[in-house]
Ligand binder design. Structure first.
Ligand code: NAD
Length: 472
């Protein structure tokens, strides 16, 4: 426990009112302390962001983008330090942690290149109508524990480039990379433009209800997202909600089952399945079902499950004890309702390790199929009819992502078009980048992140409609 972490309030790196332990999920032991903000510090952070807003909004977009670029450069220069801390607090293997950190660098750079357009809607007969975009004010960023770095950048990049100031609150189990990034913000940005506070789930609701917060940019579970939306209603705040998913993979009958099983396995097990758009259920034609399940089981049995800090680890621990217990309970349900062909029980060692688990012959109404497992457990279901499998894929309150796998790409695209979700990938997985909008359908969210549309989410469309005064 060597490094001391600080909150960032009004440009100063400060101690919390108290602190709490951060657990390394690979050991189940505390490895650092996190400063914890009290309500006074939350108020100070919001007040600082409010004070900083007019001057920040008044700068040119080029100037703000230049500072966001500097944040990206500094993050890149310290990528190794960030990746190692990310592995310690989140659990993911070091190479995946590095991928997240470098993805964050690219995300900041992509937003720093974007510009807000001003359009002239009318210019005739002495009447000029101009639409431009203005920043909103203080944005609250609330992030989850699966991708604590990049999900913050998805919000911070567009919020800052468009002229907003921020109060950022990470998840209680992965707060440290956010605070480390706060150190870069303290060096590079004017005081108050970005503030970082940490809690153990006490401050989120105060932040979303606060009258000086103009917008809440939230990524997390659908259950919490509903609370955020209700709380934001009183002030008619803008909200972006990136919520849960239960993405289906539909495998078409013209593929090599073993080749596609390898890709579906990657889509289900990367980050230990703790991705909002992980493949959470796979639908496979009956004729290739056995081959497909066998290949998945072979891959799962061969996986190296270990501490993410160890070279060669493919799957790290589940991030926290609560999620570990939830996934363990789903395993019990799968044991009763389906047939487990790989994995199936938590590892008998310290830390929160669940090996990649493949479950076949499980009914559509089993908890593992209906709920978001958010862990390394994949149910595999069989089908015979395309219209039927599309209906089964769509029979969910969620609508975040999905994948379709087919040799005939046109046919696969036709199936993809019928999936009721924000994004469907064909023959690929997790093809998210900062220039392509990402958003959830149904209870997977409202509004969106990334792309020019994601930039607009941090602005108000503002119309100026002018005519000349007639002669007196
Ligand atoms: P969570 O909803 O438990 O917590 C998310 C954040 O909300 C944390 O910072 C938490 O402290 C805060 N919070 C808790 N109660 C709050 C309240 N009443 N008001 C405001 N904030 C509050 O989610 P989690 O368990 O950390 O993350 C996992 C979930 O996130 C999964 O459902 C996953 O699918 C989802 N997720 C979605 C996306 C996406 O882009 N759609 C991306 C990643 C994760």
């Amino acid at each position: 426990m060597t490094k001391t972490f600080s909150l960032l309030i009004d440009g100063a790196l400060v101690a919390g009112a108290s602190d709490f332990e951060v657990i390394n999920p690979a050991t189940g032991q505390a490895f650092a302390h996190c400063p914890k903000a009290d309500v006074d510090q939350l108020e100070q952070a919001i007040a600082a962001a409010k004070r900083a807003f007019p001057a920040w909004a008044a700068r040119s977009i080029e100037e703000r983008a230049g500072l966001v670029d500097q944040l990206a450069d500094t993050l890149e220069a310290r990528a190794g330090e960030f990746a190692s801390l990310l592995t310690s607090e989140q659990g993911k293997p070091l190479d995946q942690a590095m991928y997240e950190v470098m993805g964050s660098v690219f995300t900041l750079r992509a937003f720093a290149k974007m510009r807000l357009e001003t359009s002239t809607l009318r210019d005739e007969g002495g009447n000029t109508v101009i639409e431009h975009r203005t920043p909103l004010g203080v944005v609250a960023s609330i992030t989850p524990w699966n991708f604590p770095v990049i999900l913050l950048m998805n919000k911070l990049g567009p919020a800052l480039v468009t002229g907003n100031t921020m109060v950022c609150k990470p998840a209680p189990t992965t707060p440290l990379t956010t605070l480390l990034f706060g150190e870069l913000c303290a060096e590079i940005l004017p005081a108050g433009v970005v503030n970082m506070v940490c809690d153990q789930n006490e401050l989120g609701s105060l932040l979303t209800a606060h009258p000086d917060i103009a917008k809440v940019a939230f990524t997390g579970s659908t259950a919490t997202g509903k609370k955020v939306m209700a709380s934001a209603a009183a002030g008619v705040k803008r909200v972006t909600l990136e919520l849960g998913g239960n993405d289906a993979a539909i495998v078409l009958d013209d593929v090599d089952p073993r080749q596609v099983a390898r890709k579906v396995y990657g889509g289900a097990m990367t980050n230990g399945g703790q991705i909002c758009v992980a493949i959470k259920r796979a639908y496979v034609p009956e004729a290739m079902y056995d081959d497909f399940c066998d290949e998945l089981a072979t891959l799962a049995n061969a996986a190296i499950v270990d501490d993410g800090a160890k070279q060669g680890t493919q799957i790290g621990p589940v991030q926290n004890k609560m999620q570990f217990d939830k996934v363990s309970a789903l395993l019990e349900d799968a044991r009763v309702n389906g047939k487990i062909v790989a994995g199936g029980a938590p590892l008998d060692r310290p830390g929160y390790f669940i090996p990649p688990t493949i479950v076949r012959d499980i009914p559509d109404d089993a908890a593992l199929v209906r709920e978001e497992q958010f862990g390394p457990v994949l149910p595999v279901l069989k089908y015979t009819d395309i219209a039927d499998v599309v209906a089964r894929a769509n029979d969910s309150e969620y609508g975040l992502g999905g994948t379709v796998w087919g040799r005939d790409v046109e046919r696969a695209v036709e199936v993809a078009k019928q999936i009721d979700s924000g994004t469907v990938w064909v023959n690929q997985y997790l093809a998210i980048d900062a220039t392509i909008p990402f958003r959830g359908a149904k209870q997977s969210g409202i509004g969106g992140e990334l792309g020019q549309a994601g930039l607009h989410e941090y602005t108000q469309a503002h119309i100026v409609n002018a005519v000349a005064l007639e002669d007196a």
